[in-house]
Design a protein around this ligand. Structure first.
Ligand code: ACM
Ligand code: ZN
Length: 560
């Protein structure tokens, strides 16, 4: 009788172990993954994570890991910082680095690249899961890798595993590019702080480290400036919005919204905890009708200027000849620097029509005062814009920041230190790199994720046009090796995708446009070019989509 009871108990105990296997074939693919699929380490509920509890940054990343494992699988790990026998162990520093330092005693230490500073390793064997990183950021990257490797069920319900089988593995990883960006236009349409945080979560999941936050447009100004309280209050509101592609029919709905500085700081902190830098953009001197609505004296004609209700680019821009314009810009950019610690500040500079400047006595007087002459390559008005860029660059330098501008900043002659964001193809980027200026590659043909991603446009929400399938994003090679020498390639910081939102008004549509093209760009940003393989990428995507289902974010189901 006793025997039978013991047997029943044993059978019950065995039945309660619910395990599934982890799978390291994730996106972006780590630099090196050597798996021994024949052997697994079972990570069970109640097992511990050991780490340096005295380091709050490490502790935060451990919390992320623990939370993700529990949310996605149901396996609950204990925090046991001092337990040498814990199942998961985090160690700061690579043993190999110490050897290198010793060998070079007396010589200057080798300087690691920023990418090497992000490196991590994961080893799974009979003693558990060991994570090593040079810096806490590496633990975050490793935690994301493990998160994406977790077994997921198809439905949106939390799984109820109490054990995960981790195949033995040796993973070594670090990113390819130092700059791995994604942009969001929050000016054409306004997205809540919660949605921006969700966007950031997705960037972090894909190893992106730069969020380019586009704040201002003809259709709305969305950054609070305390010295100019009316600016965001009034400049953020358009009385109505045109329906579709400038159909001439309007929706009759007031539309607005802006971010307070407190909310911006909240986003900066949220992003920083996920190792993302937030680059704010105030687009100047064009795309300014939101501001001109509030300060019509800053326009060449004096207005009035309603916050724009249609799509496109307004011919009314800031008057370059009015000294108040520079005061306005320095006030705005000054507060922007107060709120955003980013080394990079984006001043836009794209699509600034010059019709008003050509006719404006103040602008022409300013050009004369500066001694600007058409040299056959740079028009007077383009040089006038360069003068504004130069003022901005100097002002930002005083604040210890570097200026980024869209590639139009090349047209009047590039300022001394300007970083070029190449969007009208790759030529601007090539020209800038040849001039030894830093470049971020965002050409429309590969990086404009406001374009349709499937051929069947009618089956998708209305978009701006174009066609940019996942495969095309994936095929991008940002270093342009056939046109740039190895030395020139060093000026390419990295690629970025841009999401403009004229036709993207709701969060579901934002994520539909982003995913899975973010997966594709993440491999361009993270993986060596010889590692990339679209057919293999496609086999790894379904698990990412399962993760999006579990995260509750929308994505495009088609794949071309
Ligand atoms: C841009 O797409 N106008 C930079
Ligand atoms: Zn003017």
């Amino acid at each position: 009788m006793k025997k039978i009871l013991v047997s029943i108990l044993l059978v019950c105990a065995a039945a309660t172990v619910v395990a599934q296997r982890a799978d390291y074939r994730i996106i972006p693919l780590p630099k090196s993954v050597e798996t021994d699929t024949a052997r697994v380490f079972p990570l069970r509920t109640g097992m511990g994570i050991a780490y340096d509890a005295g380091n709050p940054e490490v502790a935060r990343n451990v919390q992320f890991l623990r939370q993700w494992v529990e949310e996605l699988t149901g396996v609950k790990l204990a925090l046991t910082p001092d337990d040498k026998k814990a199942a998961v162990r985090l160690t700061l520093g690579f043993p190999a680095d110490k050897k290198v330092k010793k060998a070079k005693k007396g010589q200057p230490a080798a300087v690691l690249t920023e990418q090497q500073q992000e490196a991590y390793t994961i080893t799974v064997n009979e003693s558990g899961i060991q994570i090593a990183a040079r810096n806490p950021i590496g633990f975050f990257r490793a935690a994301q890798t493990l998160r994406k490797s977790l077994p997921l069920t198809k439905n949106a319900q939390p799984t109820t595993l109490n054990s995960i089988d981790f195949p033995y593995v040796q993973i070594q990883d670090e990113p390819r590019f130092v700059y791995r960006g994604a942009h969001l236009d929050c000016a054409r349409h306004f997205f809540s702080v919660e949605v921006v945080k969700q966007y950031l979560d997705l960037l972090a999941l894909h190893g992106c480290n730069q969020f380019h936050w586009h704040f201002t447009e003809d259709q709305g100004w969305r950054f609070e400036v305390k010295a100019l309280p009316e600016l965001a209050k009034k400049g953020s509101v358009r009385e109505q919005t045109v329906i579709g592609r400038n159909s001439g029919v309007y929706d009759g709905q007031r539309y607005g919204g802006y971010y307070t500085q407190e909310q911006c700081r909240e986003i900066v902190n949220y992003a920083a905890e996920r190792y993302i830098n937030v680059i704010p953009e105030i687009d100047l001197p064009g795309h300014m009708q939101g501001a001109l609505h509030v300060y019509p004296n800053l326009g060449c004609t004096g207005g009035p200027y309603p916050v724009w209700q249609i799509w496109g680019v307004s011919r009314d821009v800031l008057c370059a000849g009015n000294p108040e314009t520079m005061t306005f810009l320095k006030t705005v950019i000054g507060e922007l620097c107060d709120v955003f610690p980013s080394k990079y500040i984006h001043i836009g500079g794209d699509e600034c029509p010059k019709v008003r400047w050509k006719e404006c006595p103040k602008c022409q007087a300013k050009a004369k005062e500066l001694g600007l002459k058409d040299d056959g390559k740079h028009s007077i008005e383009n040089q006038l814009q360069t003068w504004i860029n130069h003022e901005m660059e100097q002002y930002l330098k005083e604040r210890g920041r570097d200026m980024i501008g869209w590639d139009e900043v090349l047209e009047g002659g590039l300022t001394e230190h300007g970083i070029v964001m190449s969007w009208r193809g790759i030529n601007g980027g090539i020209e800038a790199a040849k001039q030894h200026h830093r470049v971020i590659m965002t050409p429309t043909d590969y990086c404009y994720i406001d374009y349709y991603q499937l051929k069947d446009q009618w089956g998708q929400p209305l978009g701006i046009g174009g066609y940019l399938p996942v495969s095309k994003v994936y095929s991008f090679e940002p270093l342009i090796p056939d046109q740039l020498s190895e030395e020139e390639q060093k000026y390419i910081l990295g690629p970025q995708v841009n999401l403009w939102t004229e036709y993207v008004g709701v969060p579901q549509h934002v994520f539909y446009m982003l995913l899975p093209r973010l997966d594709a760009i993440s491999e361009v940003q993270w993986c060596r070019s010889d590692q990339k393989d679209f057919e293999d990428f496609k086999t790894r995507l379904p698990r990412m989509k399962q993760l999006y289902d579990r995260m509750g974010v929308n994505y495009c189901h088609g794949l071309e």
